[in-house]
Design a protein around this ligand. Structure first.
Ligand code: 5GP
Ligand code: ZN
Length: 114
């Protein structure tokens, strides 16, 4: 997807602070952090929302969350807690049409979210 910002970042065509990479996913620092730690874990495959995931993609979903947990642990978020979020579609507030897991921590989060 040549005009997708996250595809371009993962292809190293657009600059970003990449904090993790493997063959299936990468993680970057969010450009407008909403918490002291705000990372985005992104699949290399261009998937728009969870609606596009198929049964065969289950290992990829697992990878997204195991990487999210590993990065949170590395940043010392494990004991106090942190939030993982996937916004799917307009009403959820998704602004980039390439699925990503937000990993946010370092402050208290409230529930329900806005
Ligand atoms: P969404 O609203 O789709 O759930 O989240 C998109 C996130 O991507 C936002 O938190 C936004 O700040 C971040 N973002 C948008 N464009 C860029 C960019 O070019 N670089 C980085 N690092 N983050 C971005
Ligand atoms: Zn993409």
């Amino acid at each position: 997807m040549p005009d997708c910002i996250f595809c371009n970042i993962l292809a190293h065509k657009t600059p970003a602070k990449i904090v993790y990479e493997d063959d299936q996913v990468a993680a970057i620092e969010d450009i407008r952090p909403q918490a002291p730690v705000h990372l985005l874990v992104i699949p290399r495959q261009h998937v728009v929302t969870l609606n596009d995931f198929k049964a065969q993609d289950e290992p990829l979903l697992g990878r997204l969350f195991t990487v999210a947990a590993r990065l949170a642990k590395e940043r010392g978020l494990e004991s106090k807690g942190y939030r993982t979020v996937i916004n799917n579609g307009a009403w959820a507030g998704q602004s980039v049409a390439h699925l990503h897991v937000h990993v946010m921590g370092g402050r208290v989060f409230h529930w329900p979210p806005g």
